[in-house]
Design a protein around this ligand. Structure first.
Ligand SMILES: [Zn+2]
Length: 343
């Protein structure tokens, strides 16, 4: 293609028409799918829910759906177990592990979100719905040390009136049993410990473990004197599906909050540091190699902090014997954050 203005114009017109056509095709396919859902001749799944099998010749045909007796019995047991008095999702996961029942992906332990997904899926009452979930870009990080939106976008429940009833298939549980489970789930959710706002934490949902990179949650000892940030990797295996506990220590919340707050105040009262960092970023001084070199220097300077391993230092910067590490460490964190803001 030459740089001739007419050729360029032709290229742009072709591009615009191609884009328009693509939009039309997408919209036509969406409408086609929608009408098939309403006619009850197309399943909304690309993979059937746990407990069901589809006809391999026609995997999207609602008439080919049948129950897998073994898996359906497990689903029924999950519903029955959850409805017992004093039983929550963790107890159900524990029960399944003790019975040596593998998860749908073949793991020894069931994830709590998997169990919740099964217990809230109305397909098990025999009614298939399309458009029950929609996917939106992730808004929060699973951990402050991980990027937003990995590994996938977030699934969110659509309003009930937007659901399209597609077909009736063999049921695993009764409508009444399903309703009771939904009531119990909603009741238990309202009492979940994550809704406990009895204590204030400056860094709530912002601290991550330096060893396993999982998010830390905040907790306060029963007498209410000492608050800590605790790695979720220290939870019981039934909660995080990890056989080995994270060796990190509890991070005293008060000390860490004070440290970060002081550093933040320092940054805000000396705005020239921001200008300096911006100039460095724009001048290309914040290339990954330099960041890595600085981290390596930091790591070497922390060798004397035995018995703490270098990876643990991030969680233990509050300790008096490690105080001298704080400034360079926080500078790295701060400048990294600035880099992210700039980029
Ligand atoms: Zn950890």
């Amino acid at each position: 293609m030459s740089q001739d203005p007419h050729d360029q114009l032709l290229l742009q017109i072709r591009g615009a028409v191609a884009e328009y056509e693509r939009t039309l095709i997408t919209e036509r396919m969406r409408r086609g799918r929608l009408s098939k859902y309403k006619a009850g001749i197309l399943l909304p799944w690309t993979r059937p829910p746990y407990g069901y099998r589809v006809n391999p010749e026609r995997p999207r045909d609602p008439t080919g759906v049948r129950l897998d007796p073994a898996e359906a019995a497990i689903v029924a047991e999950i519903f029955a177990e959850y409805l017992k008095d004093g039983v929550g999702l963790i107890s159900v996961a524990k029960h399944l592990y003790e019975q040596h029942i593998s998860s749908p992906t073949g793991k020894a332990r069931w994830g709590l979100s998997t169990l919740r997904g099964i217990l809230t899926n109305p397909t098990y009452t025999g009614q298939v719905y399309a458009g029950r979930m929609h996917y939106r870009p992730a808004q929060i990080r699973r951990s402050a040390m991980r990027p937003i939106g990995r590994p996938h976008n977030s699934a969110a429940l659509s309003p009930r009136e937007a659901w399209i009833p597609v077909a009736t298939i063999p049921a695993v549980v009764t409508q009444e049993q399903f309703g009771l489970v939904q009531t119990k789930l909603a009741h238990n959710q309202s009492f979940a410990s994550r809704h406990n706002k009895a204590h204030q934490y400056l860094l709530r949902a912002l601290v991550s473990c330096g060893i396993c990179q999982l998010a830390c949650y905040a907790r306060t000892a029963p007498e209410g004197h000492h608050g800590y940030y605790v790695c979720t990797g220290k939870d019981k295996p039934v909660q995080n599906r990890r056989e080995e506990k994270c060796p990190s220590r509890f991070i005293p919340a008060l000390e860490l909050d004070e440290l970060v707050w002081r550093d933040l105040c320092d940054l805000l009262t000396h705005p020239e540091m921001i200008i300096y960092a911006l100039e460095r970023a724009q001048g290309g001084h914040w290339l990954p190699q330099e960041l890595q070199a600085r981290q390596e220097n930091l790591r070497r300077s922390q060798v004397n902090l035995r018995p703490f391993s270098p990876g643990q230092v991030r969680c233990q910067i509050f300790l008096s014997q490690a105080n001298w590490v704080v400034a360079p460490h926080l500078t790295v964190v701060r400048e990294t954050t600035e880099l992210r803001v700039i980029s």
